[in-house]
Design a protein around this ligand. Sequence first.
Ligand code: HEC
Length: 155
Amino acid sequence: MNNPRFLWILILILSALLATGIYKFVTGSVAPSKDGRTAVVLNTAERNLVLSEMRAFLVSLQAVSQAITEEDRETVIREATRAGMAAEADTPAALLAKIPLAMKQLGFGTRGKFDDIASAARDGADMKQLRRQLDALMNNCIACHASFRLPEPAN
Ligand code: HEC
């Protein structure tokens, strides 16, 4: 180990590995898409998981919206909490690594906005305010769909 050149090579290799890791974390597993969006390349199981979470998002959105219309505070709190950050607890790390940083931010941001609606409802916010927060949350759905797609794996 008293060979400085060996140590420098080791440092260079480790730095390259670290840089690759950071690069992967930021870019994710992506490819260009003919429709101008970014294709996020997942395997079948991962894609199915994300799409099932998406359908659950739509169910939550409907449930929270209806609860606001009906001024049912308890249901707003329950349904918004269900769609919040807690829902990410079981997301596999390998899947998260394939999602580009901008998409992760939009995804976690959406979860956070559901949690914000739940806590505002708990703090007694009026229904118009909760509706306003839900309207803003939907801009996250729109922004992410405008930028990313999930191509079906070829096999
Ligand atoms: C972080 C990005 C992101 C956010 C935020 C997001 N989606 Fe999606 N969603 C996607 C992607 C990517 C697809 C796949 C689109 C494609 O391949 O064309 C998708 C697909 C869907 C689908 C179709 C599911 C299927 O079975 O094909 C629904 C429904 C959906 N999203 C609802 C929502 C709703 C409602 C919200 C907001 C509450 C939302 N999404 C927020 C990224 C996002």
